[in-house]
Design a protein around this ligand. Structure first.
Ligand code: BG6
Length: 503
């Protein structure tokens, strides 16, 4: 594994929520190695006129909440954290450059720099310009710029932002974050597909009937109503997180595990996906009040900073087709929303059923078509969070018979639990920050990839479309049945009670 080199990690938006909740804990955890910690310095930057001391106190609070030892945290914060007030104009960026030079000289750092933009998306462009014009896109060592999602608001704005970024930075200096790619179980999709020939040989239109991708959250929009109402669920979740899962499930095997080989295949499959038709392939919803995991919750329009006539979608279900040799005719169903019954990220692969069903209660073989003759399909559930793992469902003969000498089949499953095998998995941000620091771009989104993904959803962003209400705590509006009525995915513990249904 490449080693962490001495560097300066500059966080723009250092007084914000992401810095406290994710970035500082991840950096602290990475720097547990004393050798590394001594020469890796964090410089927070934001508009607030904070001192180094105030930034350290805020970081200490964040780390205390994570349960780290007071003394070690205090030593790290005092030695490794600094702060620089940063406004919008050129002088501010020049002052930032001076502070960086001064810290590097004083701490004997070689000029390796990462600039992490944890900012409102509307100021990514100006921040990149500010860095470029102050000469901060180059340094005596490496320089990397990290841009949080969302990268753009639609295709034209993503293109414009890419142009701004590329005016000052080369593509190999740019790290576009989609934190789903840092999740161990998301990375494991590649290990599962390309490290196991038995599954790869079934992974195509010959053997798969359909694929469902579910990203459900029990939470509502919380305090982010202002941002979310301008954005909506397609921009917040579908264009990025669900699309990343789709590309990892549907891509061809890369020629190697090299970052460009992988990203090339992801872009290829993304370019092959057909744009969904807003009238026939998509259902939008918005949550009303209801009960989630036993707790009464209010509706979306009652959330802070959400207008009471908002038509922003908090739920989206889509059917996508990928008309290429591997997938033509296999529908990919995507379903995601806020205030659904539980948190669950899951990919359900439903395999083709047997061509002839031999196990009917009347003992007569039949050709499966409709309710009169059923051949159950095998299903593979890949659960990415929580309760990470795999379940492969298949039919077994239940003891005894149907009373007339015919076999009674029951669905059972083989299960693998990530937690049981490996213990707790590291936080996605820790993985991603390490990769930024060691210069591995594999888990970051390439410029052409982000544009291809906006292009795919363009028809949905501008379309006039109905937004159906759904009660919080349900799996979305009833209109979803128009796309698919019998979703395979659900809670991982759900073992189908097919014996009880009376086979
Ligand atoms: C963020 C979205 O990117 O992902 C949030 O902006 C969402 O709205 C979050 O809640 C979900 O992330 P995770 O890791 O909790 O599944």
């Amino acid at each position: 594994m490449p080693q962490i080199q001495p560097h300066l990690f500059v966080i723009f938006g250092a007084t914000g929520d992401l810095t406290k909740r994710k970035l500082i804990p991840a950096l602290y955890h990475l720097m547990q190695d004393e050798d590394v910690a001594r020469r890796c310095v964090v410089l927070g930057a934001a508009r607030s006129d904070w001192s180094d001391e105030q930034f350290r106190t805020s970081a200490q609070e964040a780390l205390r909440e994570k349960g780290y030892s007071e003394e070690a945290v205090s030593t790290w914060c005092t030695r490794n954290l600094f702060y620089q007030c940063l406004g919008d104009d050129g002088d501010d960026y020049a002052a930032l450059g001076d502070r960086i030079d001064q810290l590097e000289r004083h701490l004997d750092l070689p000029g390796n720099r990462a600039f992490y933009l944890s900012l409102p998306p509307s100021i990514y462009g100006p921040a990149v310009e500010g860095l470029g014009e102050a000469g901060l896109s180059e340094s005596p060592g490496w320089t990397r710029v990290v841009v949080e999602k969302p990268f753009g608001y639609d295709l034209p704005s993503a293109k414009k932002l890419n142009e701004t970024v590329h005016r000052h930075f080369d593509e190999d200096q740019v790290y576009r974050i989609d934190h789903y790619l840092g999740k161990e179980t998301v990375q494991n999709l590649m290990a599962f597909r390309f490290g196991n020939a038995i599954f790869e040989s079934l992974w195509n239109r010959e053997h798969i009937e359909r694929i469902e991708i579910t990203v459900a959250e029990g939470l509502g929009v919380g305090g982010r109503g202002g941002y979310y109402d301008q954005s909506g669920h397609v921009r917040d979740m579908v264009q990025n997180h669900l699309t990343q899962l789709l590309t990892l499930v549907a891509m061809e095997p890369p020629s190697s595990m090299d970052a460009n080989a992988i990203r090339q295949e992801k872009v290829k499959v993304l370019n092959a996906v057909q744009q969904p038709n807003p009238e026939t392939d998509v259902v939008f919803g918005q949550y009303q009040s209801g009960t989630v995991e036993g707790e009464s919750v209010s509706g979306y329009r009652e959330e802070p900073d959400v207008p009471d006539d908002s038509t922003t979608e908090t739920f989206a279900a889509l059917r996508l087709n990928i008309p290429n040799w591997r997938w033509q005719g296999v529908p990919f169903y995507l379903r995601t929303g806020k205030r659904l019954p539980t948190k669950l990220t899951q990919i359900a692969v439903r395999f083709e059923g047997a061509p002839v069903s031999l196990f009917q209660t009347d003992g007569q073989p039949c050709i499966p078509q409709g309710a009169d003759c059923e051949a159950r399909s095998n299903e593979l559930l890949i659960t990415l969070q929580p309760d990470e793992g795999f379940d492969l469902r298949f039919e077994v003969k239940a003891p005894g018979d149907n009373g007339n000498g015919t076999m009674n089949l029951e669905t059972q499953q083989l299960s693998f639990s990530y937690q049981d095998a490996f213990g707790p998995v590291p936080d996605a941000y820790e993985t991603l920050l390490r990769d930024i620091i060691v210069g591995d771009p594999t888990l970051f989104v390439r410029g052409d990839e982000v544009e291809a993904s906006w292009q795919l959803y363009s028809p949905l962003l501008d379309a006039e479309r109905p937004v159906h209400p759904y009660a919080a705590g349900t799996w979305g509006p009833e209109a979803v049945d128009r796309l698919l009525s019998n979703w395979t995915s659900g809670a991982r513990e759900r073992v189908p009670q097919r014996a009880a249904e009376g086979a």
